[in-house]
Write a protein that binds this ligand. Structure first.
Ligand code: M6R
Length: 607
């Protein structure tokens, strides 16, 4: 989604801003622009399409040492040059980039138009430079503060003033901003990924805060007035590793990183000899655990699917009511929040607006919510205040892969802790712990011999429709497989619980329709065999992901993909990987933009 980078320092800003925009590209965008402060005013360049196009637009060069830049993912108004950020005031001396949505833009626009302002774009953002100009009496900080007091909605903004080339102003409400403190330079960004080339020392802005940024650092204040003393944080070391490392795409790299990611998530947390685990970030004693009456996960897309697996494991192993909620529905339906329920907000980025909104709703109603988050210091992690970091490392590809398996792993570690306080003996706990600790090796074993993914991709790539099905723990895996295939290949597909087929979806099958079945050994296996026979009787061609050594399943399949044997609750960590690879291979075969699929953004920071 939209990205912000701003620079002020002793070096030329333009190359640093363009490089910062390149580092933000993975978030998804459809236009980009840059505004630099020159002695005679604002130097503005914008381009529809890729950052490479913007770089070409700036080839005449600019030596300014202060500027702001933006990648835009269209919300208000189409993908046009006029709608591309930065936006300027009428005198062309104030430039603004903005992430978020201004909800009262129509009302503000009406006031400004009545004042004689002419709008050049359809964006909500354009009200900001005009509003700031209206309040400007020589003090940039006070002008932005006064303008924002009229704004309803969400914003992360950077503002540059031609009259004040020695400062930039930033402010945040509901859209993340982080300030990198370099040596003789300060960099503001919406994502730490754009900052690591300069420094690891950062200040995170919180909601309702405003900052005056100079080459020497930043002064943070509350929007309502008063200084804020914010501690300097350090960005994680592996943030810098956003390189392809020999892979053709980040998605492939991240699929192959999964054994290491799982190891990082488990390391130091699971102890076989105690048949238990420790998640220090939860700050919970066994007594606190015993008092939990229900567990609910909230998340979107892949994170929702991970929550489904986690809640099934909690019900299965800890015998406690648990379910998963789609965050975008949950936050808007005035949910009942039982005081003895524990909520987990599951999110890779930690910035998903709907999940953050759900967290805020839970907190407002006095509930207890913890994060299951990948990005350290992100808004969801900080708003929850407690939780589990999954330590998957930076995930750059829009399609989430290693975050899913890491989120599931973190929830399984929690499940072990919860189960030990309730109904699992030491010996049973030891078995669960052992199964968890074996998962990274099992995953590596699968990746060393991933099976006939190319043959499966051949069946799927020209299909006009295909279906995924599974039961129990394999149903969320079916959903996740279908989501991956949609995102990366745009092949129309759906996922159903296998038992639902006869209630409608089976009508979709024609001679040759590919059906991808997730059917590892376990309590549901035999029932799934009946479902496979039913779809085959309607002409479906089946790709079956099953346990290695299950010859009956292998014989049933048109394409058989075996995975190593693991306990049933661990199986999603294994069975999802062939589906990630299938989506990847189909995407390649169809010539898709694997890491930046159409219309999608890595981090969905608007509702
Ligand atoms: O950053 P989050 O985990 O909160 O993101 C949630 C979804 O937007 C995300 O999982 C999305 O569905 C991915 N593109 C899936 O591959």
């Amino acid at each position: 989604m939209c990205g912000i980078i701003a620079y002020i320092g002793d070096q030329e800003a333009l190359p640093r801003l363009i490089e910062g925009l390149r580092r933000l590209e993975y978030r998804g965008y459809d236009s980009a622009g840059v505004a630099l402060i020159e002695p005679d005013g604002v130097w503005l360049r914008r381009a529809v399409g890729r950052v490479a196009g913007l770089a070409a637009e700036t080839s005449d060069g600019c030596t300014s040492k202060v500027g702001i830049a933006h990648t835009r993912w269209a919300t208000h108004g189409g993908v046009t040059l006029e709608n591309t950020h930065p936006h300027l005031d009428a005198t062309h001396r104030i430039a603004v980039v903005h992430n978020g949505i201004i909800e009262n833009m129509e009302a503000l626009k009406a006031v400004l138009i009545a004042d004689g302002v002419e709008f050049l774009s359809e964006t909500d953002t354009e009200v900001l430079p005009h509003l700031i100009r209206r309040h400007y009496t020589g003090d940039p900080l006070e002008a932005v503060r006064a303008a924002l007091s009229h704004v309803h909605g969400t914003y992360g903004i950077a503002v540059a003033f031609a009259d004040h080339p020695d400062v930039l102003i930033a402010a945040r409400f509901g859209s993340p901003l982080v300030i990198g403190l370099g040596d003789g330079e300060t960099v503001l960004a919406s994502d730490p990924q754009a900052i690591v080339a300069h420094t690891r020392r950062v200040l995170y802005l919180d909601d309702r805060e405003i900052a005056v940024i100079s080459a020497d650092g930043a002064k943070v204040q509350r929007l309502s007035g008063g200084d804020v003393n914010r501690d300097v944080s350090l960005i994680e070391a592996d943030y810098a590793v956003a390189e392809l490392g020999g892979h053709e795409h980040f998605m492939a790299k991240e699929i192959w990183e999964q054994p290491d990611a799982l190891l990082r998530c488990l390391r130091g947390r699971v102890q076989i000899e105690r048949g238990n685990a420790k998640l220090g970030g939860l700050n919970m004693t066994p007594r606190d655990m015993v008092n939990i009456r229900e567990v609910v996960t909230v998340g979107c897309g892949t994170a929702y699917h991970a929550g489904m697996v986690g809640s099934m494991a909690i019900e299965h192993l800890a015998r406690l009511p648990a379910h998963a909620e789609v965050a975008s529905e949950f936050r808007n339906r005035h949910p009942i929040i039982p005081p003895d329920a524990l909520y987990f907000a599951v999110s890779q980025s930690g910035e998903t607006a709907d999940t953050l909104g759900a967290v805020e709703e839970i907190l407002v109603k006095g509930g207890q919510v913890m994060g299951v988050v990948n990005v350290v210091g992100s808004s969801i992690a900080r708003t929850c205040g407690a939780g589990v970091y999954v330590y998957a490392g930076p995930e750059i590809a829009v399609a989430s892969t290693k975050a899913f398996t890491s989120q599931v792993t973190a929830l399984l570690v929690f499940t072990l802790m919860l189960a030990r306080t309730r109904n699992q003996s030491l010996a049973q706990g030891e078995n669960i712990a052992r199964a968890l600790l074996e998962a990274p090796d099992k995953l590596q074993e699968y990746l060393d011999d991933p099976g006939p993914i190319d043959a499966a991709a051949d069946l799927v790539k020209d299909a006009k429709y295909c279906m995924f099905m599974g039961r129990g723990f394999s149903y969320p895996v079916a959903l996740e497989g279908a989501l991956k295939l949609k995102e990366i290949s745009y092949v129309p597909c759906e996922a159903y619980p296998a038992g639902e087929m006869k209630h409608g979806p089976i009508a979709m099958l024609e001679d040759g329709t590919p059906v991808i079945v997730i059917a590892p050994r376990g309590s549901q296996r035999d029932k799934v065999i009946s479902n496979i026979k039913e779809v085959q009787a309607r002409g479906a061609r089946t790709i079956i992901v099953h346990t290695r050594g299950d010859d009956e399943m292998a014989r049933l399949a048109d394409v058989s993909i075996p995975v190593p044997e693991v306990r049933e609750f661990i199986s999603p960590l294994l069975t999802v990987v062939p589906l990630q690879l299938l989506a990847y291979k189909v995407g390649i075969a169809l010539g898709r933009d694997i890491d930046k699929p159409r219309n999608l953004a890595k981090s969905v920071t608007v509702e």
